[in-house]
Design a protein around this ligand. Structure first.
Ligand code: NDP
Length: 321
C-alpha cells in the first residue's frame, strides 16, 4: 500500500541561519513547521570555526555550536527537523494552492507555504584534475581543512575577500601560501589587500591561473599558467584551496521561480515573496550582496512572518468566499 501524502502548513528547506530562524518564528506562530536539512545540515557556518560578528556573542562562538543551538531553539517551539534533501518541486500558481515537494526522490510533502533557505555552495574551477583530487588535497574551505596542512606549502585560487581572508588564515598554519589571482589586481577590499600583502609567507601571483593539479591520489603540485604570456610553471604543494565565490543552490527551482542570470531567487519588494504565492525565499539563496549569518537570519524571520500573513489572507478570503 502506498504511503498517504503528508499535508502541512509550512515546509522549510535548508538548515542554515535563515532556515532555523524561519523555523523559530513559524513554530512560535503555530505553523508547525517541518524543516528538511539538505545536504549540509547546519549550512555553511558548520564549516567555519569562530563567528565573531553575530550580535550577542561578545566572546565569539564557533559555527557548529551556533548551528546546534539554533536547531535546539527551533525544536523547543515544536519544529520538526528531518534529514533529507528536496529533489523536485511543483509549486502552485494559485493563491491558497498546495505546493508539492519531493524529498530524496521518494517522499512527497504537500505544503500550504514553502520557505526556501537552501543557501549557496562553493564554486570549483571545473578542471578534471581538480575534481579528481577533491578530498585528496583540493578543498573549498581553508578554515575546515587548513589544519591538515600544518607546516606545509599550499596554494589558494581567487582574489576576493574570501581568498584574502583564507590566505591569511592559512599563512598562520602553513609554511608558505601561493595565491593565484587571474587578474592583475585583487578584488578584495583595501583592508584585506593590505593584510595579505603584509604577510611575508604569502606570495601573490597575478595574471595566474591553474593549468592542472598534479598528483594521482593526493595533491603533489600545481601547474600554473600566466594568462598573459602563456608561460607555465610547476610548484610543489600538498593542498590547493579554491576560493572563487559561491553558487546559489537553486537548480531544482529552475523554471518555477524567477531568478537573476546567476541563479539567485528574485524576491519582491521589501519582502521574501517569490513569484509563486505562498513560496518565500530567505538567506543566501536570494542574497548575493550581504551573505552574512545575521542577514540570513533576518530574512528567515521575514519569510516566516510573510508565510504567516499569507496564510491569514488565504484563510480570510476562503471565509468570505
Ligand atoms: P568574489 O566573487 O568577491 O571573488 C571571487 C574571486 O575569485 C575573484 O577574485 C574572481 O576573479 C576569482 N575567480 C572567479 N572565478 C574564477 C576562476 N574560474 N578562476 C580563477 N579565479 C576566479 O567572492 P568572495 O567569495 O571572495 O566574496 C563574496 C562576497 O562576500 C563579497 O561581497 C565579499 O566582499 C564578501 N566577503 C566579505 C568578507 C569580509 O568582509 N570579512 C569575507 C569574505 C567574503 P575576478 O576578480 O577576476 O572576477
Amino acid at each position: 500500500m502506498s504511503q498517504p501524502i503528508e499535508r502541512i502548513k509550512t515546509l522549510i528547506l535548508g538548515s542554515g541561519p535563515a532556515g532555523y530562524t524561519a523555523a523559530i518564528y513559524a513554530a512560535r506562530a503555530d505553523l508547525k513547521p517541518i524543516i528538511y536539512t539538505g545536504m549540509e545540515p547546519g549550512g555553511q557556518l558548520t564549516t567555519t570555526t569562530e563567528v565573531e560578528n553575530f550580535p550577542g556573542y561578545p566572546e565569539g562562538i564557533d559555527g557548529p555550536t551556533m548551528m546546534v543551538q539554533l536547531q535546539q531553539q527551533a525544536e523547543r517551539f515544536g519544529t520538526e527537523v528531518r534529514i533529507g534533501m528536496a529533489t523536485e518541486v511543483a509549486f502552485s500558481d494559485e493563491p491558497g494552492g498546495i505546493h508539492r515537494v519531493t524529498i530524496d526522490g521518494q517522499t512527497t510533502v504537500e505544503a500550504e507555504t514553502v520557505i526556501i533557505a537552501t543557501g549557496a555552495s562553493a564554486k570549483y574551477l571545473g578542471l578534471p584534475s581538480e575534481q579528481r583530487l577533491r578530498g585528496g588535497g583540493v578543498s573549498a574551505c581553508a578554515v575546515c581543512d587548513g589544519f591538515f596542512y600544518r607546516g606545509q606549502e599550499v596554494a589558494i585560487v581567487g582574489g576576493g575577500d574570501t581568498a584574502a581572508e583564507e590566505a591569511s588564515y592559512l599563512a598562520k598554519i602553513c609554511k608558505k601560501v601561493t595565491m593565484l589571482v587571474r587578474k592583475d589586481q585583487l578584488r578584495a577590499s583595501k583592508a584585506m589587500q593590505n593584510r595579505v600583502m603584509s604577510i611575508p609567507n604569502i606570495e601573490i601571483r597575478f595574471n595566474t591561473e591553474v593549468d592542472e593539479v598534479l598528483g594521482e591520489q593526493v595533491v603533489e603540485g600545481l601547474r600554473m599558467v600566466n594568462n598573459q604570456t602563456g608561460e607555465k610553471e610547476d610548484i610543489a604543494i600538498t593542498g590547493l584551496f579554491i576560493a572563487i565565490g559561491h553558487k546559489p543552490n537553486t537548480d531544482i527551482f529552475k523554471g518555477q521561480l524567477e531568478m537573476d542570470p546567476t541563479g539567485y531567487i528574485i524576491t519582491h519588494g521589501k519582502s521574501t515573496k517569490t513569484n509563486k504565492p505562498g513560496v518565500f525565499a530567505s538567506g543566501d539563496v536570494q542574497d548575493k550582496e550581504y551573505r552574512q549569518a545575521v542577514t540570513a537570519a533576518g530574512t528567515g524571520c521575514m519569510a516566516a512572518l510573510d508565510a504567516e500573513r499569507y496564510l491569514q489572507e488565504v484563510e480570510s478570503t476562503q471565509e468570505v468566499g
